[in-house]
Design a protein around this ligand. Structure first.
Ligand code: NAD
Length: 252
């Protein structure tokens, strides 16, 4: 590891092969971070493409395959990041799934999968990152994907809304427990973002997009701008917040 590399701050972004995670990874690279780009094995080629985009800008980057719902894979993801890039400063638990469904039709398997990825995935990513931050002794920044549904449930997304409320609770508790280590925890709460997440529900996308007061759908770059702030020293006094940024759909 060179002296230069150990001075460059390192960010890990989960679910970064496409969509919001990709936007965050590219933005943090522009901000000067070296970046670990995570996705599941099925999307390894997408994570590698994002890695290559970042390397083309002159920053260091790796692609690291892991399922965020798996304890051992998440531990290995953080260990690989530190081995390859030298340190860890920011961990963005972005990976998530969504499913429009009726509560009466929702199976236990669907419910558990939603919580395994969208809630356990944040818990495991943050826990592994916090262990690394504490070992390094210089604090760190934890970030996760909430949603405007973390504040006001979307009726067509019941399990998703419950899971995103859980992310908001975890964000508050993590902020309280790890403040003494100089670790902050904040989550972004977007609205209707133009990503493949909506591929299975184009009618829902159009319906929800039509309600946005600012008159356009949200782009991954809009979300990445908020995460850039969470990752920067400018947000050092903010912790435990799940910040709504949805074009005016939701107010707290
Ligand atoms: P997306 O479906 O476009 O991308 C999600 C990525 O996560 C994919 O690359 C996928 O392969 C990866 N992923 C899925 N399961 C994983 C796992 N177990 N381990 C690792 N990676 C996994 O979704 P997106 O729209 O970019 O959403 C990103 C996050 O933002 C999600 O948590 C989502 O709930 C949240 N969000 C999205 C919107 C929106 O409108 N798109 C709104 C609010 C919140």
């Amino acid at each position: 590891m060179s002296t230069t590399s150990s001075l460059t701050r390192v960010a890990l972004v989960t679910g970064a092969g496409q969509g919001i995670g990709r936007g965050i990874a590219l933005r943090l690279a522009t901000d000067g971070f070296d970046v670990a780009v995570n996705d599941i094995a099925r999307s390894a080629d997408k994570a590698e493409a994002v890695r290559d985009e970042i390397r083309a800008t002159g920053r260091r980057a790796i692609a690291v395959v892991a399922d965020v719902s798996d304890t051992d894979e998440v531990a290995a993801m953080v260990a690989t990041t530190v081995t390859e890039l030298g340190r860890l400063d920011v961990a963005v638990a972005n990976a998530g799934i969504a499913q429009a469904q009726l509560l009466l039709d929702t199976t236990v398997q669907e419910w558990d999968r939603m919580f395994a990825i969208n809630v356990r995935g944040v818990f495991l990513t943050w826990q592994a990152a916090a262990r690394q931050f504490i070992a390094q002794g210089r604090g760190g920044k934890l970030v996760a994907a909430g949603s405007n549904a973390s504040h006001r449930a979307a009726g067509f997304l019941p399990a998703y809304s419950a899971a995103k409320f859980a992310v908001r609770g975890l964000t508050q508790a993590a902020a309280m427990q790890w403040a003494e280590h100089g670790i902050t925890a904040n989550s972004y709460a977007p609205g209707v973002v133009n990503t493949p997440l909506w591929a299975g529900d184009p009618e829902g996308f159009a319906r929800e997009a039509a309600k946005i007061p600012l008159g356009r759908v949200q782009e991954p770059a809009d979300v990445a701008a908020l995460v850039s702030y969470f990752a920067s020293p400018d947000s050092d006094y903010m912790t435990g917040q799940t910040v709504i940024m949805d074009g005016g759909l939701t107010y707290n």
